[in-house]
Design a protein around this ligand. Structure first.
Ligand code: DND
Length: 443
């Protein structure tokens, strides 16, 4: 795809009038150097996977508040802080950024990081811009609260802070006070100039958009329509139609619709949504997370004898508790059914399906995701007499905002324990071991 750059805007291929974008990108920026004018430029750096109104509102606020001549939206070729893979390729992310910025005369997409290739370090980008614009130019680097809090982990933070100003914009989910205190300390320690700017709160994130598109949920009004059209046209973030994973998912769904209760189907879809969102946030494979969630309860409504038979066939060993309550083995039974019935034999998926009921010490990230998602299914919040809403809110915060899967697993296990003991039932010894394994050191 990157090879298309020379023929950057093939007319008509986007279904929009892209003349305006092409014109803008060819804008001769040397005009700034005329008559001794000192340019004021803002950089909006990001992965933009995809770009959305949260980015645009932040950029527009900075443009106005700091009187900048132009804001350059610079999609990273390879974001230094994110694992490789999983995201839309740089060309697509650039095109979406170009489409989003087309109708703001002060917004410009920039290929600088994509053309440079490799890891996209902000310090390299700002230095290049400094060379282009000269020493006097005012350069602002825009970052959301999440990004600015990480800035000390970026490449050469001191050099970066000395070569441009930073504007830290507010973002829902991040405390204003934390941000302000951080900025103040950073300013003092580094001597760098870091401004704070409150922008209209838009709880929009690229990961949420990707999860929505993957799950077939509407993402309209979260980004410009032309970006959404581009996503649809190129099938970004969706399961490819002709993929084995898609065929398997459809086979499981067909089975579930015919064989399990409406209630369990609704729960399964809720778990699938939570699993996909968690996988997005934690950089895990969303297709695997989705398949594991679809499968997780597929055997739960089978007769107890059948569950035991399948589980034992798959290698499970019956103990006192599972012999008395075979439903505890419905994950093992589902994992046993999956390869033959749905063509799903990925060991990572099967492990997650197996461990989702009781848990175990040393779970993989995918196992943890399903384990937590099973408890977080939002359908549960609506259940009458639900007494665990606050505890689920805590788990949600740990897993999504604090990004601490282990702590979320611990709270999930603790919730399950209290629920089980509260019913007068016994906790499985493996769950007890897992609880101890995941207990935070300070508790
Ligand atoms: P993200 O992947 O967080 O971008 O990257 C942000 C920038 O940090 C990029 O330019 C990276 O190259 C740079 N970085 C990161 C790590 C290391 C280094 C550099 C290094 O040099 O070593 P997203 O596409 O997710 O978001 C783009 C920006 O928009 C971010 O600053 C984010 O906080 C902000 N944002 C919002 N702000 C307000 N409201 C919202 C937002 N959603 C995203 N709803």
């Amino acid at each position: 795809m990157l090879g298309m750059r020379d023929d950057a805007y093939p007319q008509g291929t986007l279904g929009v009038n892209d003349d305006a974008i092409a014109q803008k990108d060819k804008f001769d920026r040397s005009v700034f150097k005329l008559n001794g004018y000192i340019p004021r430029i803002a950089i909006m750096g990001g992965t933009f996977d995809p770009v959305h109104y949260g980015h645009m509102v932040a950029a527009e606020a900075v443009r106005q508040e700091f009187g900048v001549d132009e804001v350059r939206f610079i999609p990273a070729h390879s974001p230094p802080h994110k694992e490789a893979g999983g995201r839309a390729d740089p060309w697509h992310r650039y095109m979406m950024t170009a489409l989003a910025t087309a109708d703001n005369r002060a917004f410009f997409p920039s290929m600088i990081e994509i053309e440079r290739g490799g890891k996209s370090y902000a310090v390299d980008t700002v230095r290049a811009l400094r060379r282009e614009l000269g020493g006097d130019a005012k350069i602002y680097f825009i970052t959301g609260a999440d990004a600015v809090l990480e800035i000390l982990t970026w490449k050469e933070p001191d050099a970066l802070l000395s070569v441009c100003d930073f504007v830290a914009v507010t973002r829902p989910g991040y405390k204003r006070e934390t941000l302000l205190a951080f900025i103040e300390k950073l300013g003092k320690d580094s001597g760098g100039k870091i401004h704070f700017l409150e922008v209209p709160a838009l709880a929009i994130s690229s990961s949420d958009i990707r999860a929505r598109v993957f799950l077939g949920k509407s993402a309209k009004y979260l980004m410009p329509d032309r970006v959404l059209d581009y996503i649809e046209k190129h099938g970004l973030y969706a399961m490819p139609r002709d993929s084995a994973a898609r065929r398997s998912a459809e086979a499981v769904l067909e089975y579930l619709r015919a064989n399990i209760s409406g209630e369990r189907l609704a729960h399964t879809m809720g778990v699938a949504e939570q699993s996909v969102r968690l996988a997005q946030v934690h950089g895990e494979d969303i297709e695997l997370a989705y398949l594991a969630a679809l499968l997780h309860d597929c055997a739960k409504e089978l007769p107890g004898g059948e569950i035991s038979r399948l589980a034992v066939q798959g290698g499970a060993v019956l103990d006192e508790l599972t012999a008395a309550f075979p439903v505890l083995l419905h994950g093992d039974a589902a994992a046993q059914l999956a390869p033959a019935m749905f063509g799903i034999d990925d060991p990572r998926v099967l492990a997650a399906v197996r461990s989702h009921t009781i848990g175990r010490p040393g779970m993989s990230a995918l196992e943890k995701i399903l384990f937590i998602a099973d408890t977080l299914d939002t359908g549960r919040d609506a259940e009458a007499g639900d007494t665990h809403r606050d505890r689920r809110a805590k788990i949600r915060d740990l897993a999504f905002s604090q990004r601490n899967l282990d702590a979320a697993v611990y709270e999930t296990l603790a919730l399950k324990r209290d629920h089980t003991l509260g019913k007068g039932a016994k906790m499985h010894p493996l769950a007890d071991t897992a609880l101890e394994h995941y207990r935070p050191v300070s508790l």
